[in-house]
Design a protein around this ligand. Sequence first.
Ligand code: ADP
Ligand code: 5GP
Length: 201
Amino acid sequence: MDPIQEALRPHPGVLLILSAPSGAGKTTLARRLGAELGEDGLFSVSYTTRQPRGAERDGVDYHFVDRAAFQTMIDAGDFLEWAEVHGNFYGTHRSYAEAAAGKKAVIFDIDVQGGEQFKARHPEAVSVFILPPSMEELERRLRSRGTDSDEVIARRLAAAHREIERGMQCYDCAIVNDDLDRAYDDLSAVVRASNLRLLSR
Ligand code: ADP
Ligand code: 5GP
């Protein structure tokens, strides 16, 4: 075979970890990336013990399970990573790490604790931390989403301080989501650049 063709043979796409304090706009950015990638992208659908919110659908946004079922999956070693976030459990099924063949990106929308566990097992993954432009704007976005009670919003804002500190210490990239189009361009650039790397071959 031509050595150049051999060298350029298809290689697995990037395992893209996306984390942010709740309300920063991660879901908005991730959906746009998923829409642009189409068949070249795949979303990891997490398991969670929290209740569905708004128009969320089981098997699409999350697999909604009770605590007993979640514990059974932990015991069976089904999770690549799992964490307790805001009083509920969330976990990523390990099958998604093998799903990057033939894709440009597998997108993991997980919290900072999960991101750290993930990177420890898959150092080739690329972790992106999305920041809101300010804490005031973060609160405004949480309220404008209209899906959480005052109590839940207060808990999420308190957690945001810790998450930002941790994310800025251990993530590969940070993107400020002030202007949505500009933030999306940055995210798109990370995916493109990650797919130029040779280390996943
Ligand atoms: P997350 O997934 O990080 O919790 P969402 O994507 O649900 O956040 O966004 C929270 C709210 O902020 C939503 O109402 C969304 O439409 C809005 N939003 C997202 N990005 C921006 C932005 N760049 N400017 C203004 N509002 C935004
Ligand atoms: P929400 O309840 O707003 O959908 O998500 C709350 C937090 O849980 C978000 O930070 C989200 O990224 C995180 N999360 C969702 N799925 C997983 C997962 O599988 N593992 C971990 N560690 N966090 C997750």
